[in-house]
Design a binder for this molecule. Structure first.
Ligand code: C6P
Length: 412
């Protein structure tokens, strides 16, 4: 285990005040804070070796290319992929999902086929599949959830069938916290000749992840949720699948040769990386991976289980707080969504902000799930390596205070 209080010293932003109170940042599921090593990596790049990559034969370009490709290798190791050809940089998880839906999807999903999703998908892993289904005249099938927000696996066994082309599911829900049984879903998908697409946006930053052990076929995630800068996403896919896919965007860097009549594509991974990529942020993402590796992802996971257990107990002790998702902390990741009495979550978020506490409130880009839960939104506290039990105490105290104020609002 690591000491969050020591870790906090590496995150300058955590020293700031909000509304005159010490910042309590409980919104890492939206985006994590960044350690000094990541911030320094950005300035180091711009101060010392800013150049375009894969093009120049001058020293700066060579240094930038080397650092850029080194990050790809770090990411390969982090998710235990077989080849770094399989690691493609995008601008975020959303772009990675669209890339697959619009290339592999258009090539492989035909009229009458089925695309399987869950009701807990973030819009990013839902709307691209919904649009593909419309375009291809395919059917979108939803795996039902149990009352505590887990996939109903006996139902999944029946619903994943010969018509299924892809099962698209989140590794961990950004609302319910549920960690999904990807191994079992991979078996069900592969048994009928379908592929398993995993949205790892919430999973990869918080759980030890091996794409080979999970036996999935594609995975998408964003570096900004795992200590890295914004503007960097990753698509991992099996080499055979990526090789067979058409290009997504065309232009510079992704070609092999171009004549007036036709063009041929570069090899993987560059076939999917058209134009100048986000060089500085991708290189700094390598520093983020180094930081997480130093802590160890098993320790990250253990820390979050401890915080989630503590937060759930604390919220339960307040009475009247409705908590969504499984209550067993080992079955969920570091997000806790709740509604506090019959008060609108935006009011909760506003009052907490007055106390310097940053949470997220609203539909969390999961409108179909909100409809199923019969709520307009939830309040959500999410945790990461720098959060402490003391901060959860501050949250609980603020909620007790809010109760006094919001109790009135609710009765109006
Ligand atoms: N969820 C949240 O506060 P991008 O924006 O492409 O980096 O990530 C999209 C995304 C995809 N899948 C899941 C499960 C996610 O949680 C997110 C981002 C943030 O919950 C911002 S809406």
């Amino acid at each position: 285990m690591f000491d969050s209080k020591t870790i906090r010293k590496d995150f300058p932003i955590l020293d700031r005040k909000v509304n005159g109170r010490k910042l309590v940042y409980l919104d890492s599921a939206a985006t994590s804070q960044k350690p000094t090593s990541v911030i320094k990596s950005l300035t180091n790049y711009y101060e010392n070796y800013n150049a375009n990559i894969h093009r120049g034969i001058h020293t700066l370009s060579e240094e930038a290319t080397e650092a850029f490709e080194e990050t790809r290798e770090k990411i390969r190791l982090f998710i235990d992929a077989a080849e770094n050809r399989e690691v493609i940089f995008t601008k975020n998880a959303t772009e990675a999902i669209n890339l697959v839906a619009q290339t592999w999807g258009r090539q492989n999903v035909l009229a009458g086929d089925e695309i399987v999703v869950t009701p807990m998908e973030h819009h990013s892993n839902f709307v691209p599949w919904q649009q593909l289904a419309k375009e291809r005249e395919a059917t979108l099938v939803f795996l039902p959830l149990t009352d505590d927000g887990q996939i109903d696996m006996p139902a999944a066994e029946k619903l994943i069938n010969k018509k299924t082309r892809v099962v698209a599911v989140t590794q961990m829900s950004n609302v319910l916290g549920t960690i999904n049984p990807l191994n079992e879903l991979a078996k069900l998908a592969h048994h009928v000749g379908a592929v398993l697409f995993v949205d790892g946006a919430q999973g990869v930053p918080h759980l030890p992840t091996s794409v080979r052990e999970l036996d999935c076929d594609f995975m998408a995630f964003s570096l900004h949720k795992m200590l890295g800068p914004t503007g960097v996403g990753v698509l991992w896919g099996r080499e055979t699948l990526l090789d067979a896919m058409p290009a997504y965007m065309t232009g510079g860097d992704m070609i092999n040769s171009v004549t007036r009549e036709k063009s041929t594509w570069n090899e993987l991974p560059w076939k999917f990386e058209a134009g100048t990529p986000n060089i500085a942020d991708i290189i700094a993402s390598g520093a983020a991976i180094d930081y997480l590796n130093e802590l160890g992802m098993d320790a990250v996971r253990a820390h979050e289980i401890e915080l989630v257990e503590y937060a759930i107990k604390g919220l339960q002790s307040l009475g009247d707080a409705q908590i969504y998702g499984p209550l067993d902390a080992t079955k969920r990741g570091g997000v806790v969504s709740f509604n506090f009495k019959d008060v609108h979550p935006h009011d909760v978020g506003q009052i907490l902000n007055d106390a310097g506490i940053a949470i997220r409130a609203g539909h969390h880009c999961c409108q179909p799930l909100m409809r199923d839960l019969n709520v307009s939104g939830t309040a959500r506290a999410s945790f990461y390596i720098y959060n402490t039990k003391e901060e959860i105490d501050i949250l609980l105290e603020a909620l007790k205070e809010a109760d006094k104020v919001l109790g009135h609002v609710a009765c109006r």
